[in-house]
Design a binder for this molecule. Structure first.
Ligand SMILES: *[C@@H]1O[C@H](CO)[C@@H](O)[C@H](O)[C@H]1NC(C)=O
Ligand SMILES: *[C@@H]1O[C@H](CO)[C@@H](O)[C@H](O)[C@H]1NC(C)=O
Length: 296
């Protein structure tokens, strides 16, 4: 009996180890999921695909993109931004489709002098039209460690989150005539580049090339809950077909996820304390009236 018990606990231990290694394995691998697209050696995939770094010097920045295209998803990435004096640098991390009426969901991190706050700039384009900027300060130093930046994109809403805290929600308001990104698959893109003509205090503070190269790091990409789109076929339409396994149907809950009351309260907390620009309140910019989606 004793030996039966101990072998049972041994089996349980093995099962636990197997599950946890599965969880680790399900965090994305940069070699598998991404390709470096520019920068002539300035972008690097390290540690067997667990880490990616982008760098920028006076000659060039660098960038990468996802191999897959997605049509809806809940996508997480951990970023550690350029530390120290990062004034003039911009780290862009976004989803975008192609063509002249493209859709796009943007995170952009505008660097600053040492000790001065980064600006997290966000935008949503639908059918080629953006002009929907919201900007935030963060409640932590984004250069001291990795933090998780997430996009939930389903047919009803786009939610931008930082470490699980929602900072922005863009709802589907097609019923009010506002186009919503829902037909064009998007790829994930990221780049580190110089934008000292506008990024830091409107271009007042220039990049200090004497301290180049500047480096931003990425890890723990997760798109386990996302619909990969390939030649017009979505991975979700096959897994949500009748009689799909129960795990597939529960994992598709994100496709109709909304913000519960707790998260709505967190969103209001961020918007009240950390939002520094909101196009929806910029009446000077829109003398003809605020954009439709701002009115409700
Ligand atoms: C940089 O710091 C200044 C001073 O605190 C601040 O006004 C500005 O919003 C910060 N961020 C950027 C990107 O300019
Ligand atoms: C799904 O399962 C139900 C009940 O088990 C069965 O009656 C039905 O034919 C199945 N449908 C498909 C498409 O396999």
């Amino acid at each position: 009996m004793a030996s039966f018990k101990s072998s049972l606990s041994f089996i349980l231990l093995i099962a636990l180890l197997a599950t946890s290694s599965l969880l680790v394995a399900s965090a994305g691998n940069f070699n598998q999921d991404f390709q470096i697209t520019w920068g002539d050696g300035r972008a690097k995939i390290l540690n067997n695909g667990e880490l990616l770094t982008l760098s920028l010097d006076k000659a060039s920045g660098s960038g990468f993109q996802s191999k897959n295209e997605y049509l809806f998803g809940k996508i997480d990435m951990q970023l550690k931004l350029v530390p120290g004096n990062s004034a003039g640098t911009v780290t862009a991390y976004y989803l975008s489709s192609k063509g002249s009426t493209w859709d796009e969901i943007d995170f952009e991190f505008l660097g600053n002098l040492s000790g001065d706050p980064y600006i997290l700039h966000t935008n949503v384009f639908s059918q080629g039209k953006g002009n929907r900027e919201q900007q935030f300060y963060l409640w932590f130093d984004p250069t001291a460690d990795f933090h998780t930046y997430s996009i939930l994109w389903n047919p009803q809403r786009i939610v931008f989150s930082v470490d699980g805290t929602p900072i922005r929600e863009f709802k589907n308001q097609e019923s009010n005539g506002v186009p919503f990104p829902k037909n064009q698959p998007m790829r994930i893109y990221s780049s580190l580049w110089n934008a000292d003509d506008w990024a830091t205090r409107g271009g007042l503070i220039k990049t200090d090339w004497s301290i180049a190269p500047f480096t931003a790091s990425y890890r723990n990409f997760n798109a386990n809950n996302a619909c990969v789109s390939s030649n017009g076929v979505s991975s979700c339409s096959s897994s949500s077909s009748p009689n799909s396994s129960s795990s597939a149907s529960t994992s598709n809950a994100w496709l109709s996820e909304e913000l519960d009351l707790t998260r709505q309260e967190r969103l209001r907390w961020v918007q009240k304390n950390y939002m520094i620009y909101n196009y929806c309140t910029d009446t000077k910019r829109f003398p003809q009236g605020l954009p439709t989606e701002c009115k409700s």
